[in-house]
Design a protein around this ligand. Structure first.
Ligand code: X6L
Ligand code: MG
Ligand code: MG
Length: 165
């Protein structure tokens, strides 16, 4: 069994309901156990700004799946929650990103681990640091250090503290 961290985001429809449902579906995937979830954070869109604010969170799972099989399970959950791929970086009911997979570094078609843009994004680093502050990132910092450095200029509004969503 390997630990892995997943980034969740939603900015369409019932955002909190979508995140809850994603975790429920994740817990039903054979070979996946949901261990912990971060607080929920509301924050403005990054990358493409003309869209609603996001709710973001990170969950910790334990899994016997390979990174590739896990990625496929995540995409199936996105699709079940009505994900449509229209504009790049555009609005979505559910985005489930594979951020970190214990002991794995790889760079394949459609799957890079650790997640290539993990180190800069407050909406990923801050919730990740709640769960795994000592986790080493590819740039040499821990998740906790990286979160501290991006926190100050990030507009992250704590929406629901702790794991009670
Ligand atoms: C320059 C160019 C700087 C592009 C940043 C950052 C692009 C993030 C895409 C970027 C750039 C992304 C979420 C989001 C997206 C989310 C919030 C992305 C992919 N997903 N904003 N924007 N939460 N707050 O989950 O992350 S699109
Ligand atoms: Mg994403
Ligand atoms: Mg994604």
């Amino acid at each position: 069994m390997s630990l892995a961290y997943l980034g969740l985001g939603s900015n369409l429809g019932d955002r909190r309901g979508n995140l809850r449902q994603a975790v429920e579906l994740l817990a039903q995937v054979p070979g996946v156990v949901v261990r912990r979830r971060s607080s929920l954070y509301e924050n403005p869109p990054v990358g493409y700004e003309a869209q609603p604010d996001f709710l973001n969170a990170v969950v910790e799972i334990e899994t016997s799946l390979s990174p590739r099989a896990l990625l496929e399970a995540l995409q199936a959950i996105e699709n079940r929650l009505g994900r449509e791929r229209t504009i790049r970086w555009g609005p979505r009911t559910m985005d489930l990103d594979l951020l970190l997979f214990e002991g794995v570094r790889l760079d394949e078609e459609g799957l890079t681990l650790p997640h290539p843009r993990l180190c800069e994004r407050a909406f990923v680093l801050v919730p990740l640091a709640e769960l795994a502050p000592d986790w080493p990132l590819p740039d040499g910092r821990t998740a906790g250090q990286a979160a501290e450095e991006v926190k100050a200029d990030a507009d992250l509004r704590l929406q629901s503290q702790g794991s009670e969503w």
